[in-house]
Ligand binder design. Structure first.
Ligand code: KG4
Ligand code: ZN
Length: 344
């Protein structure tokens, strides 16, 4: 009888320490510990992030194993994120994963973080068919990827400056709203009027799949200055609630319209039927509803992962590890952590 594949996945590329156990491709546990203390600094502080990963990685891995009811000796492979990400943070998970694989004498596989997001939609029952188009939107990335077959993908375009999530975080900071800004703006925008302020929709009608979000960030800054809020970080108490909600709603609508417009245009150009969303920003309620509307009007199918697989998580890393191992691919133990690892 064939032995089951029992994979431990580890993800520490940014500010989430995560470990997961997958048995034959099915998630048995997915522990995510978020480093909330970065909110104090308005963004992730790399040195503090890697120290925090190092402090807690053993506990997170142990919790993932015990929740899955899998003793470490039963693992058949270990997968860990190799990059892209913060190099000090990556090193913690990558070294831990390699050491476990070495100690247990099982294969080790290094996984591209973006590839993890790409396949996060396969951690649920309803799965896309190949070929599909994926919009990956997070704090670090905004890109459109064409996935023609398992583990075969091509980046169609990406942001030339800020990632969409980064724009959410920076605008939230300007409004004195805290970090991470995406979920806060999403909630406040529900009470606002999206047509109140006209912010730019950069690159919406360009005939490619590239994005740019630094212009809208500057537009919000100039809008605040012209409205009499002189400091870069507005004291929330100095702005009335309706005004703030209108800024959030108008900003969010501009970003989301570009994300949706460019995805739909690329799907049309390529004649693709299945579209997936992945990454932290895919939790955004307007992005989901507008994408839902635009895809269903065109008879396209839309997939997005549950929130726990939208954010950085180890289940998606273990899943890609499983796909690679099934195809006979594993990594030597001397692979380095690579901050700017490319997708292909
Ligand atoms: O994928 P993720 O957890 O980490 C990265 O790889 O970056 O994404 C985090 C990003 C942050 O910028 C956060 O503000 C954004 O995702 N985000 C959202 C929402 N929830 C998280 N952005 C917009 N709307 C949301 N509901
Ligand atoms: Zn990510």
């Amino acid at each position: 009888m064939k032995q089951p594949s029992i994979i431990l996945g580890i993800e520490t590329s940014c500010d989430e320490t995560s470990a997961a156990v997958l048995v034959d491709g099915t998630v048995r546990s997915n522990i995510i510990s978020s480093q909330l203390f970065h909110s104090r600094y308005g963004g992730v502080v790399p040195e503090l992030a890697s120290r925090a990963h190092a402090r807690i990685i053993t506990d997170v891995v142990q919790e993932a194993l015990s929740k899955a009811n899998v003793p470490a000796v039963e693992l058949t492979a270990v997968a860990a994120t190799q990059g892209p990400g913060l190099v000090g943070s990556l090193l913690v998970g990558l070294s831990f994963g390699k050491a476990m694989a070495y100690g247990l004498n099982v294969p080790f596989v290094g996984v591209n973080h973006i590839e993890g997001h790409l396949y996060s939609n396969f951690l649920q029952e309803k799965q896309p068919s190949y070929p599909f188009l994926s919009l990956i939107v997070s704090g670090g990335h905004t890109m459109l990827v064409h996935v023609s077959a398992p583990l075969k993908s091509k980046v169609l375009g990406q942001t030339r400056d800020d990632a969409a999530g980064e724009a959410f975080d920076k605008v939230a900071k300007m409004l004195g709203l805290g970090y991470p800004g995406g979920p806060i703006i999403d909630t406040l925008a529900m009470k606002g009027d999206a047509s109140a302020i006209s912010f730019p929709r950069s690159f919406l009608n360009s005939n490619d799949s590239d994005f740019s979000f630094s212009g809208i960030k500057t537009a919000v800054l100039y809008y605040l200055r012209d409205s009499g809020f002189l400091a870069e970080d507005v004291d929330p108490a100095s702005m009335d609630e309706e005004h703030r909600a209108n800024i959030c709603a108008s900003f969010q609508a501009a970003v989301v319209e570009v994300l949706v417009g460019k995805t739909i245009a690329a799907a049309g150009r390529l004649g693709i039927n299945d579209v997936t969303l992945a990454g932290g920003v895919s939790a955004n309620s307007l992005l989901r509803s507008l994408m839902e509307k635009e895809t269903s009007e065109r008879g396209l199918r839309l997939f997005y992962p549950p929130i726990e697989y939208c954010m950085d998580n180890a289940a998606m890393i273990a899943y890609v590890g499983w796909m690679k191992l099934q195809r006979g691919f594993f990594s030597p133990l001397d692979i380095p952590a690579v901050a700017g690892l490319e997708l292909v």
